[in-house]
Design a protein around this ligand. Structure first.
Ligand code: SF4
Length: 375
């Protein structure tokens, strides 16, 4: 096999090529690594854990401020374990994917209750809630120096291009090939830096759409650069077009009583776990807003509320759902005790600001402020 011939089998990278890639990547990393707050605490497994969980599905620039605020309020895993979940959620508000923080909090509490320190190997870390292969490997390599490759989409892209992997990197076989190669490349010395170097290279140089091959430390041995196939690699999902995200129609009613708004707390574990929201139901296909409003009003025990006024619509896209909210405001002259088995409360706008809400419901609140001011 020549240096630039595409490979389709799980690789055995020759030792001299491994050494070259390690040297090139680490030398580049020493010069170009990003200054990130959690990198100033490489030996602190808790700091790496918080950062890696935040970085799942979220951009580095967004994570910086959240990480700093979170670590200031919960500087140790014990502080996190002892904090009320509402306080933890409040420091996550706006980051999305709230199951991440639920799992992080649960894992911290489990370690506290079992009187254990943070595990030091990827295999043990993997047994904690919310810690998948990538996150467990990243923490173990960065904080404890375990020779373990953390393989995410960035790493898969760089490796697929570098070695000309033509397998679908999202297939079981393709994932195995990439993971095997990544693991072969990891050095015994500085495995944490090496993992972070992949991450930085994938994020800053070998980007999905326009890789800057001229600035890449790996360009001399790169199959994709040599064969002008950076646009074709990596192969993802067999080249099929991604499926459309399903649309979900929802109706929300903001009940107003003496300047306070009715909110309810979502159960733990599902979408927007533990967050507060305005009463909302999914509108069934072919159903009307009026039917949905009736359901919400009945569930809220507020059947005597004034006729709801339409206050606007909000579109909020998640990775897996396209949410369309129709929003109504209704004056209510009575209290409610329960809403569909969920915890409920009436909150002033100032109190609402202190509660943890999803970005979608914050947007709903912002959109109806004008209507609320005229109530
Ligand atoms: S040379 Fe280009 S395609 Fe190859 S790894 Fe570097 S940036 Fe990516």
């Amino acid at each position: 096999m020549t240096a630039h011939q595409p490979r389709t089998e799980p690789a055995k990278i020759p030792p001299n090529q491994r050494r070259t890639v390690r040297r090139q990547l680490l030398t580049w990393y020493d010069r170009h690594q990003r200054d990130l707050p959690w990198r100033r605490h490489s030996n602190n497994a808790y700091a790496q854990w918080v950062a890696e969980v935040m970085l799942q599905q979220t951009r580095v620039d967004t994570v910086r401020d959240y990480y700093t605020r979170f670590m200031k309020r919960f500087p140790t895993i014990r502080a996190l374990a002892d904090a009320p979940h509402d306080a933890v959620l409040k420091h996550w508000e706006g980051l999305g994917y709230y199951r991440r923080v639920l799992n992080l909090h649960r894992a911290a509490q489990r370690l506290r209750d079992e009187k254990r320190a943070i595990p030091t190997t990827a295999a043990e870390l993997h047994e904690l809630p919310g810690l998948g292969d990538y996150t467990a490997a990243a923490i173990a390599a960065i904080a404890y120096g375990e020779r373990k490759a953390a393989v995410d989409g960035n790493v898969a892209r760089v490796i697929a291009r570098l070695f000309g992997i033509t397998e679908d990197v999202l297939s079981t076989r393709g994932k195995k090939t990439i993971t095997t190669m990544a693991q072969e490349l990891i050095p015994c010395k500085r495995p944490g830096d090496f993992n972070q170097a992949w991450m930085d290279l994938g994020s800053a140089v070998c980007t999905p759409r326009s890789p800057d091959c001229a600035a890449c430390p790996l360009r001399r041995g790169c199959v994709a650069a040599a064969t002008n196939r950076t646009g074709e690699l990596p192969v993802r999902d067999g080249g099929r077009k991604s499926r459309a995200i399903p649309r979900v129609d929802l109706v929300s009613v903001i009940f107003v009583n003496d300047g306070r708004l009715l909110v309810r707390q979502r159960p733990k574990g599902g979408l927007w776990s533990g967050l507060w929201e305005f009463p909302t139901v999914e509108r069934p296909g072919g159903g009307s807003d009026a039917q949905s409003i009736k359901t919400i009003t009945k569930d809220s025990g507020l059947a005597g509320s004034h006729h709801p006024v339409r206050a606007g619509s909000i579109r909020h896209k998640l990775t897996h759902r396209d949410l369309r909210f129709e929003v109504y405001v209704a004056a209510s002259d009575r209290e409610t005790k329960n809403e569909n088995g969920m915890k409920t409360r009436w909150a002033t706008p100032a109190q609402l600001d202190r509660l943890s809400m999803s970005t979608a419901h914050r947007r709903i609140h912002d959109a109806v402020r004008g209507v609320l001011n005229n109530q």
